[in-house]
Design a protein around this ligand. Structure first.
Ligand code: 13P
Length: 243
């Protein structure tokens, strides 16, 4: 029990190389460990290697090495020492047309190269208001995970990110998050016989709400966007989580 929470920073496309260098100079490594993962833009990954935290990509190619201009493959990332990759983030689904089938392919590529896929699922505000959250999550999980072996599923991480909570400062109530995390785990058990997959919460996590979120018992960590690119914010979050 009481496994350390997984804290993942999705740094999105927020930083330039100057920002990255300043960030890494300022970052206090006190609460950093193998359960902390930073996912910078891929071009900055080498800057983040060699610290006590782990490094992840924000996206990977659905294909293996080959003539695919502009793509970055799992082989390439794994050969640098990248241990995780986000797949199916709602921004990729919304702006780049990523669909569950592609998310599944990307998961396969990651797992084939011993990288942990962090699969993002979540509902829109419209779906939330219509009470469709659980059926949306169920479909996303089934479509993304079907075809993977139990061993592969047990190596993945699920991030529940309600789309309406991303970058808005609005978050579901603790009770809602608690209930949804339990339901996700139930689906994983019933459909895939898996009892071993960490479920994270993401969407407007910050130093202001982390103490409140820490009351939730069914969550295994957080996927943090804008707060992860501010050293003071991420340090405070880690301080609260590790108290
Ligand atoms: P924010 O924390 O900026 O709301 O972003 C959440 C997110 O999308 C993490 O993947």
């Amino acid at each position: 029990m009481d496994k350390k929470k997984l804290i993942i920073g999705n740094m999105k496309m927020y930083m330039t190389s100057g920002d990255v260098k300043e960030y890494l100079q300022k970052l206090n490594l006190k609460n950093m460990n193998e359960q902390v993962v930073f996912c910078p833009s891929s071009i900055y990954i080498p800057y983040f290697l060699g610290y006590p935290f782990q490094v992840g990509a924000q996206n990977i190619s659905a294909t293996t090495l080959g003539a695919y201009t502009g793509e970055i493959s799992a082989e390439q990332l794994a050969s640098l020492g990248v241990a995780y990759t986000i797949v199916g983030h709602s921004e990729r689904r919304m702006y780049f047309g990523e669909i569950n089938e592609e998310v599944h392919q990307k998961m396969k590529r990651a797992l084939d190269h011993h990288m942990v896929p962090i699969v993002c699922i979540g509902e829109t505000l419209e779906e939330y208001n219509a009470g469709k959250t659980l059926s949306i999550l169920r479909t996303q999980l089934i479509d993304c995970l079907t075809g993977l072996s139990l061993e592969e599923i047990n190596k993945t991480v699920i991030a529940y990110e309600p789309i309406w909570a991303i970058g808005t400062g609005k978050i579901p109530t603790n009770l809602e998050i608690e209930k949804i995390a339990i339901e996700i785990k139930k689906i994983l058990q019933e459909v895939f016989q898996s009892t071993n997959v960490p479920v994270l919460y993401g969407g407007s996590v910050s130093s202001k709400n982390i103490e409140q979120l820490e009351q939730i018992t069914s969550i295994d960590g957080y996927l943090i966007g804008s707060a992860s690119v501010k050293t003071k914010e991420i340090e405070k979050i880690l301080e609260v989580v590790n108290h």
